[in-house]
Write a protein that binds this ligand. Structure first.
Ligand SMILES: Nc1ncnc2c1ncn2[C@@H]1O[C@H](COP(=O)(O)OP(=O)(O)OP(=O)(O)O)[C@@H](O)[C@H]1O
Ligand SMILES: [Mg+2]
Length: 255
């Protein structure tokens, strides 16, 4: 029987017979739905461990994407249920991310191009800040690693044992995936964790530290991306995120 598992203004996600169908509102742009399906298929082709895309359909002008169902709680639900295990969960999150960062597909959008476009579209930051951000972006290394683009606890499904220990993770929602610099994707998740859990929470800092330790990466290499990814996210124009993002854009020499 069809069961609603997630919903927002423009999308509803249903579970039916081991498959998940994301149904888009009639107002949703057809090309955006087809892009999401194509991008997800390209991530699958890259060899990342993600739910397989099964079909794209349209009924009465309403588009939908069907993929395999991944059973288990989201990482958001798990952190809420077992707060004492948060360090272990963060390590697993980093482990999974580092694993898919080893994959790549030359057909994915190039992250630097996408960030440039997003920063260029901003009308509410002054031109010298915009110039500084674009110069900084140009100076960053070109990589081709698989980046998720929205790697946050809501988009991560966990396979857990009865005590809440993670046996494996799977990320969903690959519409924003690109090829680029792994540290940019880490900086993006850092921001998403700050936005979700609040500035005072140390979850985001633990996450960045765990990545740097696991990959022997200097923290400044990741933090240099923070103003750039914050500016790019500002282009989404979410009112409730504006203050925090503007603050991160201006933290030019974050340590
Ligand atoms: N293949 C799947 N298996 C299990 N659960 C899924 C699957 N795909 C999506 N979900 C669940 O549905 C939720 C919403 O799906 P998704 O992240 O793809 O949409 P979204 O565009 O982010 O929508 P929202 O803005 O509501 O987060 C996910 O956070 C997850 O809980
Ligand atoms: Mg999502």
């Amino acid at each position: 029987m069809k069961k609603l598992i997630a919903e927002n203004k423009l999308k509803s996600v249903y579970l039916d017979g081991g498959k998940v169908t994301k149904v888009f509102d009639k107002k949703y742009n057809k090309s955006d739905v087809l892009y999401e399906a194509l991008n997800t298929a390209r991530v699958e082709d890259a060899g990342a461990k993600i739910p397989k895309l099964l079909s794209v359909d349209v009924t009465d002008g309403q588009w939908s994407i069907t993929s395999e169902y991944v059973e288990g709680p989201t990482l958001t639900e798990l952190i809420k249920k077992y707060p004492a295990k948060v360090d272990e969960y963060i390590n697993k999150m980093v482990e999974y991310q580092v694993e898919f960062q080893k994959k790549s597909n030359p057909l994915l959008l190039v992250l630097k191009d996408k960030l440039h476009r997003q920063i260029d579209s901003l009308t509410n930051i002054d031109s010298s800040t915009k110039y500084e951000l674009e110069t900084r972006l140009d100076s960053m290394h070109n990589h081709t690693k698989l980046c998720h683009g929205d790697f946050c606890p809501d988009n991560i499904i966990a396979d857990v044992d009865k005590d809440g220990n993670i046996k494996g993770l799977t990320a969903v929602d690959w519409v924003h995936a690109t090829q680029g610099n792994a540290s940019a994707d880490i900086a993006n998740t850092y921001l998403l964790l700050k936005l979700q859990y609040g500035e005072a929470s140390d979850i985001a800092d633990k996450y960045m530290d765990a990545f740097c330790k696991a990959t022997n990466t200097q923290k400044t290499y990741v933090t240099t991306w923070l103003p750039i990814v914050a500016a790019a996210r500002l282009a989404k124009d979410n009112k409730e995120e504006k203050d925090l993002l503007e603050k991160w854009i201006n933290v030019v020499d974050f340590q």
